[in-house]
Structure formats: C-alpha cells, structure tokens
Design a protein around this ligand. Structure first.
Ligand code: COI
Length: 357
C-alpha cells in the first residue's frame, strides 16, 4: 500500500517553547487510514491536521470502541528519531485485539509514522526535556445505535510538541492510594490503552486533585490490596536495593508499560536487581516503616520518570525519601533522556531513525 501525501501551503506558526505545556498544540499534518470489511485497511495518507466530521450516531461516541498509544520523537545528534516505535505500535495491536478492532498491518503503520515524523521533524522542540508526542489511535466509525462490534474504523496519528507532563516538571509528585474506586478488574479492559480506562480514572483523579494530590494509585479491583498502576504511568518501588514493580503478566488488569520495560532493562544492565511480582500496599507501607522503602517513582511515555514524594493511604501521609527525588530515579531519568537525545549510546536498539536534519 502506498502512502499519499496531500500537501498544504498553509503552515502554522510554531508555539513559544516556554509555553508548550502538554498536548495543546498540534502540527501541520496527520496520518490517516480507513478500514472496511471489503477493503481491509486502505487509503493510507498524510493530510493536513484538520477536524473530522462524525455522524451523531458514530459508534465510538456511544460505546467507546477505541484504542490509542503514546510515544515520542526527539532530536538525536542531527537525526529525528522515535523511541521504541516498534514496541509501541505492536502494543497498539495488543489493545486492538482486546477491543476486537481488526489488526493494523504493522509495516504500513510504521512506515506512515516514520514518514509523518520526517515531514514534521521541524516541530520537534529544541529544548531539553521537550519532545514531539505521537498519538496513534483507532476508533469505530459505524453509524448505528445497536451495541455491536463495528465494521468500519479510522486510524489516525497526530503529533503534539510537548514539555513535561506535570506542570511542575521533573519534581516529586503526591499520589493518593485509591481504596474506594477501581480502574479495571481482572478479565476487563485494564491491559488495553482504551478510553474507558481513562474515563474510569477521572472521578477519583478529580477528588485527589481537590485535596492537593497529583494522581491516584490504583489497587486491584478484587481484594483492594495489590498495587496496580497510576493510570497515566506505571509505578515502581526501590526496596532494599531491589526494583520491584507489578507484573503485567500476573496482573492482567494493568498496562504493559514500555517505559517500565525500559527502566527494568536499563536497571538490569546496571546490575541492579529487578523483580516483577505482585506487591501489596501493606508490604509497601511496612517497607516504609522499617526503612527499606528507598524510592517510589512512576514511568510512562508522557511522564518519562516521575519521582513520588508522598503516598497517602487511608488518611495517612507517607513521605518517601524526605519528599525529594531519589538518586536512582534521577539517574534513570538522566539516562533515558540521554538515550532519547543521543547523549547516551543506545546499546538496546530503542532508537529508530525517521529522518535527518
Ligand atoms: C502516555 O504516557 O503516553 C500516556 O498515554 C499517558 C497519558 C498522557 C494518557
């Protein structure tokens, strides 16, 4: 399948780098592809970023059959690169399977993404800590009110120059351990990147914000005991020298985070012990109380690494490492940022080149 390019002369002004924020500015072009039963995925094209017209009966608006992923492009020693593009696009197809969306041919979405980044590379911000956030997503386009798996879909990739995900930048966040609401349950949609999981997080997130917390930490939906994830990121603990994180293989209601994989791969390469297993909130609190909980931090594409300074559980605040960024989280953040921009040699094969400046 060839990719058509519809050029526009009407290019936008780039935003002021000091006011980029997260996900509020969009580039000039987007990649689009359609699916129907007769043609499969077809009509791959790069077109100006523009509004899309939907029928009010669009199935996604009513029943949410949609998936997405999030990855980033960087300026890396004179090249425009995408970090772990292959892994992110493969995960999009994992989400597709969970939501019964027809598999997207890997080669065409990878080629489309790389072409789009090459065309839009001047939008990759030049400031340290900033990047071009890539949002591929797929949604049902049937126009029918009966609840059923859609027969038609649209795949789109949009791009947004971004700064740090949290407005206060790379500094410790305050997290509330949620023991009333749940995000996902075993056998549900938790492993998919699908809007429903984010909708499920809004009410608890708002309540946490109102009392000065950045995010909530979800516990498992059955026993309300085991650590799951934060929603916009996975969570990792440094306990007595070991990096512990919930296992997406055992806990099927969490997202198999690609930045979490990066952290664990890098930590192993450094010789730091890494374990993925079930970990209960009681174990975390006990480790804090006897001084073995050294660090807590989140990982995600948007946040990269986000140190946690305070955990609130059942009304009590547990301050981690004096509320300051831990040495391991700082070293990991610097290393991963180094991989992104080419200051650290990529011995893992994470960096995929889309174009040259
Ligand atoms: C990401 O880290 O890319 C995410 O998808 C988290 C959030 C912005 C939804």
């Amino acid at each position: 399948m060839s990719i058509k390019f519809v050029e526009t002369k009407n290019l936008k002004a780039k935003p002021d780098v000091s006011k980029i924020g997260f996900g509020t500015h969009f580039t000039d072009y987007m990649f689009v592809m359609d699916y129907d039963a007769a043609q499969g995925w077809h009509d791959a094209r790069i077109v100006p970023h523009e509004k899309i017209l939907l029928d009010p009966a669009n199935a996604t608006l009513h029943y949410g059959q949609a998936i997405f992923d999030g990855l980033k492009a960087y300026r890396n020693r004179g090249k425009a690169v995408v970090f772990r593009a292959t892994d992110h696009l493969k995960r999009l197809n994992v989400s597709a399977k969970i939501l019964d969306i027809p598999e997207i041919p890997f080669d065409i979405m990878h080629e489309g993404l790389m072409k789009l980044i090459d065309i839009e590379k001047d939008w990759i911000p030049t400031e340290k800590g900033q990047s071009l956030y890539i949002r591929p997503f797929v949604f049902a386009t049937d126009e029918v009110l009966g609840v059923s798996v859609s027969k038609n879909y649209k795949f789109i990739i949009i791009l947004s120059p971004v700064a740090a995900y949290y407005a206060h930048g790379f500094s410790p966040v305050k997290i509330m351990v949620e023991d009333k609401y749940v995000r996902a349950v075993r056998g549900g949609l938790g492993a998919a990147k699908t809007p429903a999981n984010y909708a499920a997080s809004l009410h608890a997130g708002l309540a946490a914000h109102e009392i000065g917390f950045d995010q909530v930490l979800w516990l498992d939906g059955v026993e309300r005991k085991y650590i799951e994830e934060v929603g916009s990121m996975n969570i990792l603990f440094k306990i007595a020298g070991e990096i512990v994180s919930p296992s997406p293989q055992i806990q099927t209601s969490i997202l198999d985070g690609i930045t979490r994989r990066t952290v664990n791969q890098v930590a192993k390469a450094w010789g730091v012990p890494v374990v993925e297993r079930r970990i209960s909130i009681d174990e975390v609190i006990a480790a804090h109380e006897d001084g073995r909980l050294e660090e807590v931090f989140g990982s995600g594409t948007a946040a990269v690494i986000s140190p946690v300074g305070v955990l609130r559980y059942k009304g009590k605040d547990y301050v981690i490492g004096d509320g300051k960024t831990g040495a391991f989280a700082q070293k990991m953040y610097d290393y991963i940022e180094g991989l992104h921009i080419g200051e650290v040699e990529d011995t893992f094969g994470f960096v995929e080149v889309a174009g040259e400046f």
